[in-house]
Design a protein around this ligand. Sequence first.
Ligand code: TPP
Ligand code: MG
Length: 335
Amino acid sequence: MNRQNNSGAPSLLDEQMMSFLYGMQRIRLAEERIGELVASREVRTPCHLSIGQEAIPVGVCAALNEDDSLWGGHRSHGHYLAKGGDLNAMMAEIFGKATGCARGRGGSMHLVAPAQGIFGTVPLVAATIPLAVGAALSGKLRGTAQVAVAFFGDGATDEGHFHESLNLAALYRLPVVFVCENNLYSTHLTLKERRVKDNIAESAALHGLAGMALDGNDVTAVYRAAHQAVQRARSGEGPTLLECRTYRWRGHVGPAADLGVGADRRRELDEWQRRDPIAQCRALLGAGGVPFDVLDGVTAKAREEIEAAVTFALQSPAPDESELLQHVYAARRGC
Ligand SMILES: Cc1ncc(C[n+]2csc(CCOP(=O)(O)OP(=O)(O)O)c2C)c(N)n1
Ligand SMILES: [Mg+2]
């Protein structure tokens, strides 16, 4: 990859890396801001931050089309943003405002943007996996070339849904990509406390689908693996399981770092912070000749957008009381 050019402007190949940097930086800054707002009690919502894990949604979503569907769980700000969900509508949702993407009814864990293929993020652990399989089956029956992607944590692989879904998807060669974000923890329980073997990716071979384990903090590795998996799905060759290794810098829920959780958390955090996906991406671009002020400009642009989204959310109205029972039950036709 030749990143040198005379003007100091990013070359064409760098443009994709720059868009990865921007995508990751936007997620991180948005989540840092959400963390501050929760800590100061300006917003009241449980929030599950994915700081440290940004390369996975950004790398995977770069391989998707807008009408491919995305299914995320309780920790899905990053997936929503990477797939093209509106930042203002997300921030307003987190504030419980009427302009929120779920009209202020869902909060941080129920993000939705159907026009961008985000039909819902679901905090029931493992629920996204069969939902994505259903979407893939629907696409296949309707003869579209759409691909469905399920994002889920390592904790979700402890559930039966994971295995049932992999089996069904493999059996019907469904166009689905299973993305396991293995951050080594399910709440406060480490992988070692929950499994005899550290072998999530091997579930793919057991159920007869393609699969691989990869460095989830390397955005280009994630993009390449996702691109291949999406091509496979779109061309009728069936599903893929990607186990992406990563680590969340904050606690399971809320903005704190949870350093008291587990004997190893301090050491692990130090180790994984040295593998920061954003710093790695910046270093690659910098080493290739992209000037630091250009890289800093990416951060400044993202920060500006986030502050504008917070202002939008603050100035938005709360939902009207009269709407309380709307959108709760489906209206019966003809009644
Ligand atoms: C079916 C179900 N069981 C338990 C919970 C409580 N719970 C919420 S998040 C979580 C841990 C999930 O861990 P993982 O899937 O690894 O995702 P991570 O939080 O690490 O991103 C649990 C047990 C739940 N929401 N749903
Ligand atoms: Mg986990």
